[in-house]
Design a protein around this ligand. Sequence first.
Ligand code: ATP
Ligand code: MG
Length: 423
Amino acid sequence: MLTKAPRGTRDLLPEECTKWVFLENIFREICGQFGYREIRTPTFEHTELFQRGIGETTDIVEKEMYTFSDKSGRSITLKPEGTAPVARAYIEHKLYNKPMPVKLFYITPCFRYERPQAGRQREFHQFGIEAFGSPSPLIDVEVITLAVFFLKRLGLDSLEVRINSIGCERCREDYKKALEDFLFEKANSLCDTCKVRLGRNTLRILDCKDPGCQKLLVEAPVILEYLCDNCRGHFDEVKKGLSALDVKYSVDPGIVRGLDYYTKTVFEIISKDLGAQSTVCGGGRYDHLVEECGGPPTPAAGFGIGIERLIMVLEANGLLDIPPIQMDVFIAVLDETYRDYGLKLLYRLRMAGFSAETDYVGRSLKAQMKYADKIPSKYAFIIGEDEVKTGIITVKDLTTGEQEKVPCEEVETYLKNKIRKGC
Ligand code: ATP
Ligand code: MG
């Protein structure tokens, strides 16, 4: 037990971290291009934030939260998602006094007590964005487009964008009633989970993966037919905006999302490579969350992308083959006599901005050269009697095997020229 990470969590070893940093850099870059600024919120919050924000009857709040009392008896919850904490920070720091819209992005761990399986962990991570303060459908379009651009930049173009509108509270009430009327008659054929959902969290039934429930739903009333003029107009503008930008999408009235705070537009980006856990990105508009959490009425929209699932899709498509990090130089010494000379050069190179490594376990020269290849390193500097006496270093290019003599005071210039040329 001591030597195993808790169920549903995992370590990221250095090779994997390289992939994560690569993705994080691209995500940060694209968010910057779209005018979103980074926000970091705490790992845990007051439990009430999620109960209020996400909704008491949602799967997350009912079953999935890591909630505990701290030593002074406060109820604390590890964040199960990124939006409610960002909305809380928006209110706490009065970001509503800033020019609108306030556009934020985050990269965060999330915690949900779920049954671990491929693409489903207890600690997972999300890239997310939130735009506060604009009711315009153009913001919905921007949020969806940012996700699509990001995924396209990574080389993924086989993903499906599915959008829907779940309307405002007014049209949703009418729809909920119609759906409940329809389902009450057939309640016996619903799965056990949906039997409980009926009447409490009826819309979530649309999202059920149980084949029996899916079959029942074929004939169910469709939310889009219940939208009020305002919500219908908003949805039309979102579709128009996406089409104008050539963002391909399909309308899927079955998308409801699992969180209570959504209004109007909801969307998912799906990958067929993921099997059951097919949603890479989920998001939408949530015009009441900020108010619900104690802030001023603030329309908003955003999305979350599951990083682990994204990596699974990228790897399934061979899109994450990142070459291993190479050191610029390995300093090899003939024997301990030349250690000090080697160390000085090692630190000089590091201070000059190169990555440089040496041997710390007393390898022979031959073994040091093998090790340099394995690290891997682009060049090896060999320091022996001649080098120390003459101040001229033997430089071996570990890719070509060629050797050159370079005066010690010129090694930085030598490396700069070589590395800039991509050697
Ligand atoms: P699902 O229907 O797959 O449970 P969800 O509706 O609970 O997803 P959201 O709360 O919208 O998901 O979270 C956004 C994204 O985070 C999901 O689309 C998915 O990529 C990822 N995600 C959610 N839960 C997990 C988990 N337990 N492990 C890994 N990734 C997850
Ligand atoms: Mg879930």
